[in-house]
Design a binder for this molecule. Structure first.
Ligand code: SF4
Ligand code: SF4
Length: 369
C-alpha cells in the first residue's frame, strides 16, 4: 500500500517551509541525506512567471533545497526545458531572486546514457544525471495537458529525456495516447524517484500545459513515495476516475497501480476543475480518417494577433506539420498528430486548440466527455 499526503499550503515562505519539511520528514524513510548527491527535478518547461502556473514555484524548490542542505546533502537542480536556456528560465521564472543565497544553480541535463526501460521500447537515450544521483526528488506542477489530460508526477519524469529526443518520442507514439502513456510510465519506473512532491498551490486548468492554460488556486501540496499513487490520489481530489488519466490506465494494465492508497493529511477536494477536451485521434473507418481529422478532430490554430512568428512551434513540432507562410503559420492537419507540443512551447500563448463544430456536436450527441 502506498501513502499519499495532502497538505494545505500557500506561497508564503514562513508557512510553506514547515509544510514541506513535515512532508519530507514523513517521506524520507531510510534516506540518509548527509553527503547525499540529491537531484531535484522540477517542471521547468519554459521561462514563465510563477503566477502563470506553468512551472514549479520557486519557493517550493527553495524549501526543498533548504531542507536537504540543512541535513548535509548536496543539491543539484536539473531539467531539460522545451525552449530557452536555463539562464533565461532562472531569471524569467523568478528563481534567481529566490534561490541566490542558497548557492544552487539550475542545470540542463547534458549527458546521455542508454537505459533499458523494457518492452516495447527497449534501450532508450535518457539523461545520465538522475542515474548518478543518490536521491532524486520529483517536483511536478499540477497542470492540465491537452494531449494526456493532466501532467502530474509520472509525466514530470519525461523531462529526463533530453532535447530533440522528446519530440521524437511523440512522433514515434503518433496518435496512440496509450502507447505514449506506457512510455511515460516506463521512463518513470526507470528513474523511480523515491519522493514526489507536487505543487498544486496554484495549478493550471483548461488548455494547459503552456500559456493557454488558466491558473487556478487549489492551495494544496501532495506528496508520496510513489508518483503513480500520487497521480491517482490527485485524480480523486479533482473528482476524476483515476483511469481517465492515460498514465494511470497504462500503469493499471501493467499491474503497477495499487489503488489501495493510504491517504494522510487533510481532506481536500477541488470540484469543477476544468479539464481539456480530448477527442479520439483515430476514430472512424480508416478510409475516412483524413476527412474525420479535418472536420471532426480538435486541432491547433494560431491566433494571428498573438503570433510573433518566433519559430518555436515549427522548430519543435515532431511531425513537421507547421510552416511559416505569408506572415502567418500554416498547419498540415494530415501530418499533425495532435500532440500539442506547439501549444506547450509557444512563448506567446498564440496557439488555441479548437474543436470544429461537427466534432463538438458529435461528441455532445454521443455523450462523450
Ligand atoms: S504560434 Fe507561437 S511559437 Fe509559433 S511562431 Fe507564433 S508565436 Fe511563435
Ligand atoms: S502541429 Fe502541433 S499538435 Fe500537430 S504535430 Fe505539430 S506540434 Fe503536435
Amino acid at each position: 500500500m502506498s501513502t499519499v499526503i495532502f497538505k494545505q499550503a500557500a506561497y508564503h515562505y514562513p508557512d510553506l517551509y514547515p509544510v514541506v519539511s513535515q512532508m519530507l520528514d514523513a517521506l524520507s524513510g531510510a534516506i540518509s541525506w548527509n553527503q547525499a548527491r540529491v537531484l531535484i527535478k522540477p517542471n521547468l518547461l519554459l521561462a514563465a512567471r510563477p503566477e502563470k502556473a506553468i512551472t514549479t514555484h520557486p519557493l517550493i524548490i527553495k524549501a526543498v533545497v533548504e531542507y536537504v542542505q540543512r541535513r548535509g546533502g548536496q543539491v543539484h537542480i536539473f531539467d531539460s526545458p522545451a525552449i530557452g536556456s536555463m539562464d533565461k528560465i532562472e531569471t524569467g521564472g523568478g528563481y534567481r531572486a529566490v534561490l541566490h543565497d542558497l548557492g544552487v544553480k539550475f542545470k540542463a541535463f547534458s549527458s546521455q546514457v542508454k537505459v533499458d526501460i523494457g518492452e516495447p521500447f527497449g534501450r532508450i537515450s535518457m539523461a545520465r544525471e538522475p542515474f548518478e544521483a543518490d536521491v532524486v526528488i520529483n517536483l511536478p506542477k499540477l497542470k492540465t495537458h491537452s494531449q494526456m489530460l493532466l501532467t502530474l508526477g509520472v509525466k514530470n519524469m519525461f523531462g529526463c529525456v533530453i532535447g530533440l529526443e522528446k519530440p521524437q518520442w511523440h512522433l514515434r507514439s503518433g496518435v496512440d495516447r496509450g502507447l505514449f502513456a506506457r512510455l511515460l510510465v516506463q521512463i518513470y519506473q526507470a528513474v523511480q524517484p523515491p519522493i514526489t512532491l507536487l505543487d498544486g498551490i496554484l495549478s493550471l486548468e483548461g488548455q494547459g500545459p503552456g500559456k493557454r492554460g488558466t491558473p487556478r488556486r487549489l492551495g494544496v501540496m501532495v506528496g508520496g513515495n510513489n508518483a503513480l499513487a500520487v497521480d491517482a490520489a490527485v485524480c480523486g481530489m479533482l473528482g476524476i476516475e483515476p483511469d481517465r488519466l492515460f498514465t494511470n490506465r497504462a500503469a493499471g494494465q501493467m499491474g503497477l497501480l495499487d489503488f489501495t492508497i493510504d491517504l494522510r493529511g487533510e481532506t481536500i477536494k477541488a470540484p469543477g476543475f476544468i479539464l481539456p477536451v480530448l477527442g479520439s485521434l483515430d476514430m472512424g473507418p480508416k478510409p475516412l480518417h483524413k476527412f474525420i481529422r479535418k472536420h471532426f478532430l480538435q486541432k491547433p490554430v494560431a491566433e494571428r494577433h498573438l503570433c510573433k512568428l518566433c519559430g518555436e512551434c515549427w522548430k519543435y513540432c515532431p511531425a513537421k506539420a507547421i510552416t511559416p507562410e505569408d506572415e502567418k503559420i500554416r498547419f498540415d492537419y494530415d501530418r499533425c498528430i495532435r500532440c500539442y507540443c506547439c501549444s506547450e512551447v509557444c512563448p506567446h500563448g498564440a496557439l488555441d486548440i479548437v474543436e470544429p463544430f461537427p466534432g463538438k456536436l458529435m461528441r455532445k450527441l454521443s455523450g462523450l466527455r
